[in-house]
Design a protein around this ligand. Structure first.
Ligand SMILES: *Cc1c(COP(=O)(O)O)cnc(C)c1O
Length: 357
């Protein structure tokens, strides 16, 4: 059996969820969209359900998967419905629904709903992706109330640059939000992971932690709270071939790496078809036989090469950690010029093995 696998530590997931709660004192929706950022949405939801205030996903398909698996907790649809005919399923399954556009508001007013729904009314406070314009916000709130179709409204917005700890952007967005919601007495939800970890002064009855649940930092810089997070996923495999090469020999596609000296090279059963980033360059850290080493040459579809020259205890069958508790996914992401969000979401083909349920 191919030795590539992702170990998922559900105890670490619960630990990280509790940090989101503890540092904010808020209720926390665990964001498990995109199959829990590659970690497996159903298993993650099951592991958190006893303590979580609810979950958030990107679409009704993801929400239905949770209900089909028996998850009864609240589930928020972060983009609401894409088509009005989803409203009957939203009612049937008690999903909470973001309203980010006026067409969604029109659809709710027109729909015949057998029960009122919970709406999270989204303001565009400066990110300019989705969300109602500040000038429309109060009127939208009043229309929802007047529609008789809504049991509860939570006021929400989303930050564009909360991961930039020296930027004024988040404070400016909060000011826009506060102005737009003046006089409305409803719960609010603003903070994603970087705002949970880095912006303690921003109010939020509900926080929406995603990446931090999986133990990765959203920041470039060190952060005291982020350093308490525990990585949930360990992506590992084994050395399946060892070769001793003299100086001057190319390794892998494109001969992008040429041995500068005699080297001992390990081939690992892991490639970009598993989600390991092909953009990761020579020098990207790995851990082999308990020691840090590095990737060399181009990542192939099913294999990659690592330097064993200074790791004499490593050989055929040695375990290699690509990321996990020792090699941080955020460091691998940075080397590959991307973010941990993307390398987690890209995970595929490898079996996921769960512990700490
Ligand atoms: C994905 C998402 C989150 C979670 O973001 P993280 O940076 O992973 O914490 C929160 N809110 C909304 C609206 C999202 O789309």
């Amino acid at each position: 059996m191919r030795p590539a696998r992702a170990l998922i530590d559900l105890q670490a997931l619960r630990h990280n969820y509790q940090i989101a709660r503890e540092v904010t004192g808020s209720k926390a929706l665990a964001v498990i969209k995109a199959d829990a950022y590659g970690h497996g949405a159903v298993r993650c939801a099951q592991a958190l359900e006893a303590e979580a205030d609810g979950f958030a996903v990107a679409c009704i398909e993801e929400a239905l998967e949770l209900r089909a698996a028996g998850i009864r907790a609240p589930v928020l649809l972060l983009e609401g419905f894409f088509e009005a005919d989803e409203l009957s399923l939203i009612v049937e399954h008690d999903f909470w629904c973001v309203v980010h556009s006026l067409w969604q508001l029109d659809a709710i007013e027109k729909a015949a709903l057998s029960k009122p729904i919970t709406v999270w009314l989204k303001l565009d406070s400066g990110m300019h992706r989705v969300g109602l314009h500040p000038k429309d916000y109060q009127a939208a709130y009043q229309r929802l109330l007047a529609s008789g179709k809504v049991a509860k409204i939570v006021l929400m917005s989303h930050f564009a640059r909360a991961d930039e700890l020296h930027s004024q952007s988040s404070a400016e967005q909060v000011a826009v939000f506060e102005a737009a919601r003046q006089g409305l007495s409803a719960e609010v939800s603003l903070r994603n992971s970087p705002a949970v970890l880095g912006w303690p002064q921003i109010p939020s009855d509900w926080v929406r932690p995603g990446i931090m649940l999986y133990g990765a930092t959203p920041f470039e810089e060190a952060n005291a709270v982020a350093s308490r997070l525990q990585p949930v996923m360990t992506l590992e495999s084994k050395v399946i071939c060892v070769r001793e090469l003299p100086a001057g020999e190319p390794i892998g596609y494109g001969a992008k790496f040429v041995t500068p000296k005699p080297m001992r090279v390990g081939v690992v059963a892991m490639g970009y078809a598993d989600g390991y980033p092909r953009q990761a360059p020579t020098g990207t850290p790995v851990m082999v036989a308990g020691q840090r080493s590095q990737l060399i040459g181009r990542v192939s579809m099913d294999m990659l090469c690592i330097d064993l020259t200074d790791v004499p205890q490593a050989g055929l069958g040695s375990t290699v950690e690509l990321w996990g508790k020792n090699i941080l996914a955020s460091d691998v992401a940075k080397a590959a010029d991307t973010i941990p969000y993307q390398i987690f979401c890209n995970l595929r083909r490898v079996p996921k093995l769960y512990s700490g349920a």
